[in-house]
Design a binder for this molecule. Sequence first.
Ligand SMILES: Cc1ncc(COP(=O)(O)O)c(C=O)c1O
Length: 425
Amino acid sequence: MMSESQELFDRARRCIPGGVNSPVRAFGNVGMTPRFITRAKGDRIYDEEGREYIDFVGSWGPMILGHAHPAVLEAVEKAAVDGLSFGAATRREVEMAELICGIVPGMEMIRMVNSGTEAVMSAIRAARGFTGRDKIIKFAGCYHGHSDAMLVKAGSGVMTQGIPDSAGVPAGCTADTLTAVYNDPDSVRELFEANPGQIAAVIVEPVGANMGVVPPAKGFLESLRAICDEHGSVLIFDEVITGFRLAPGGAQEYFGVSADLCTYGKIIGGGMPVGAYGGKKAIMEKIAPLGSVYQAGTLSGNPVAMAAGLAQLSILREKKDFYSDLNRKSDRFFGEIGKILEEADGDFCLNHVGSLGCIFFTGTEVTNYTSAGSSDTNRFREYFSYMLEQGIYLAPSQFEAIFLSGAHTGEDLDRTISAIRRYLI
Ligand SMILES: Cc1ncc(COP(=O)(O)O)c(C=O)c1O
């Protein structure tokens, strides 16, 4: 008999491209039918067949408190009864901006948008407007959303599906996007030398999390800071994944390096569609209606989304030891996996930073896009499918992260470690 998920997927494919509203969800790379999810609670998600999984995707990052956290749900319910959208200024937007500016180092002004893609697109425009320059440098394997200028050697679904660049992006839109090598400051210096006085910004994922997980090498982020200072360019940390995850102040706090602008996404909405960009006042003052860089959004700062985000971020700020507990739990989890990989004595590379991590099936140390690409995706596919059978839901792609949350219990992590052991040894 056809499963509910299969039946839904067949229906979906008739009216939604590929049957999904975002490519990686299609499970295409692992050659399976996607699980259609009905509900989630804590560290568990449930599919249409009623199966239960320990979830390591966490909606790709935002569910850092676990799914359906009671305080976030209550905030959403309370806000919803007062109306879903006004298209006008609200108290919650002020509270949200004050909260984030109070937590994140160097955050002097912030603007809410609706997604990480929008946040990056807007930050790039702000940097260009501020410097009066056009060119930007990104890193191969870093994903910054699907705006035209950013779809150059992007990671995530673009990497998974083997699409180097997207069709439909005019050459003119990417002509000013220069690509450097992650963890290689010399490749950045060379681009600056070849394009004197033309680089508006360098944008980087402070931890690469869309080519699998790739930590910044010692001194890499510091070098970017120094190069941008030397050339009067804007350093943008894309903190869509790392923000409020590695530490309250994100990668800036975790690594002790400050950016000029930061972009945020899903995590600041607690599961609602939210993004934001902000940083130095001198740059943010260029944004309309204060300045001449236009950027707008009907649903930006949506009251229900703000309520969810405020609830989540308030808990993260107030819960003493949240981050040290999460990072300690993650260190133990990835440490145990590391021991298994050593015992299994094959070609593996385990990368992990705080509550983000991933296993690559390669004997090479993974430090950038090229080495990430050496992972054997057929072996990943087998591993993914085994884990799913064991009731463990990983991202259905080699080039995504494992996300741990405050809701993962020691018991569930041990169950996951045992499943990895059974698979590999
Ligand atoms: C680092 C990074 N930047 C930007 C984005 C785009 O965010 P969104 O999917 O909300 O548009 C993502 C998505 O995962 C991301 O990981």
